[in-house]
Design a protein around this ligand. Structure first.
Ligand code: 6PG
Length: 257
């Protein structure tokens, strides 16, 4: 089955509340399943939109409660820079989302990269993978970590996480976390979840807004070539587990399956 596609006229008034509903559905199901909500978040424009969704006033209904104290937040990709650096995805998520969670509310647990590995992207990836292993069980018993939700953005070239078009990392089948030192989007040194880990997620949500996404969405959803780009590979490999939250500026003229 193909991915689910939602296009909203307005980000603040429509997309954000619907994204909230979607995230909280995954949260509530995960809490029923295992009492914790494990979510991976990317950088780019996603954290800002996510904050609009999550920090809105709750409706009062039982299902509409963000239970941050049960959240375990991981990074779908991170840059090899200090956690206080302008380019750090953690800093971005902190500024856009975490710092805005009211202080009296219990806070989520956040898994950041270890700054001692800044000079060696591979060591940073291995260390982050170890963190995942310790959370998601021993490597021997679990083939892949099972995130309850993976939230992604879509780059103008069709990249997602730090998985870039035609990059050899896309063929990686073993490691959970990969390093890249030639990222076409700066900064060049990064770590990223591997494609099999992304495809294995319980649910995968893309957020793509603004007219700048129009051409790439057309390519991904309408062409053979686009279906081979990283975002297209996620659509193809994970099908109905994938949901796209877009605004009408991003989907203008795009015909969806
Ligand atoms: C990163 C991101 C990256 C991002 C896309 C889309 O760290 O660079 O995780 O994968 O999500 O480039 O970014 P925008 O939402 O800003 O277009």
């Amino acid at each position: 089955r193909p991915p689910n596609l939602y296009s909203f006229t307005d980000v603040d008034k429509e997309l954000a509340p619907n994204l909230r509903k979607y995230v909280l559905e995954q949260q509530n199901e995960a809490l029923k399943r295992h009492g914790v909500f494990r979510v991976a978040i990317s950088g780019g424009s996603l954290p800002k939109t996510l904050a609009k969704a999550l920090l809105a006033l709750p409706s009062g209904s039982e299902e509409d409660k963000v239970e941050f104290d049960k959240w375990e937040i991981f990074y779908a990709d991170e840059r090899c820079v200090p956690l206080t650096h302008e380019d750090s995805n953690h800093k971005l998520v902190q500024e856009e989302l975490l710092n805005k969670i009211p202080k009296e509310m219990p806070q989520p647990k956040v898994f950041t990269v270890d700054e001692q590995y800044l000079d060696n992207a591979q060591e940073m990836a291995d260390d982050y993978e170890k963190k995942l292993v310790s959370v998601f069980a021993a490597r021997d018993s679990v083939k892949l970590p099972l995130f309850d939700l993976i939230l992604l953005g879509c780059g103008p070239d069709g990249h997602t996480c730090s998985l870039f078009p035609d990059h050899p990392l896309l063929r990686e089948t073993d490691a959970w976390v990969l390093s890249i030192s030639d990222s076409p989007k700066p900064p060049p040194k990064r770590i990223t979840l591997s494609l099999p880990v992304v495809l294995h997620g319980s649910k995968i949500g893309f957020v793509a807004t603004g007219g700048g996404k129009k051409d790439i969405l057309k390519k991904i959803f309408e062409t053979e070539e686009g279906s081979e780009l990283p975002c297209g590979l996620v659509n193809k490999g994970a099908g109905e587990k994938v949901s796209w939250f877009c605004d009408s500026a991003a989907t203008e003229g795009v015909s969806f399956p």
